[in-house]
Design a protein. Structure first.
Length: 93
């Protein structure tokens, strides 16, 4: 989904696009498993906004930071009631 806020420091989903996505998921009896986005200037860790907007307790929230082009920063978290728990991630070739 595109960032409706069109901001490098804040993301927001288009409400109609999000509604369509959830209707499609419901129609197939599916639920989100992985929700991911990038942080362009900060570490790959859920921000206050990320924690506040996390509404899928069963999902893996994957964050990628692009702040340093020479370093891979790819992390995964569970976020339940704004509590963040990091998950182990192994990147393989």
């Amino acid at each position: 989904m595109l960032n409706a806020a069109r901001s490098p420091t804040f993301y927001e989903f288009d409400s109609m696009e999000l509604l369509k996505l959830y209707r499609d998921l419901d129609g197939r009896d599916e639920e989100p498993v992985v929700i991911y986005h990038s942080h362009t200037a900060t570490e790959a860790y859920p921000s206050r906004t990320d924690r506040r907007l996390a509404m899928e307790p069963g999902a893996h929230y994957v964050l990628v930071s692009t702040r340093d082009p020479d370093e891979t920063e790819f992390r995964s978290f569970r976020i339940v009631d704004e509590v963040v728990t990091e998950e182990d991630v192994r990147i393989t070739d």
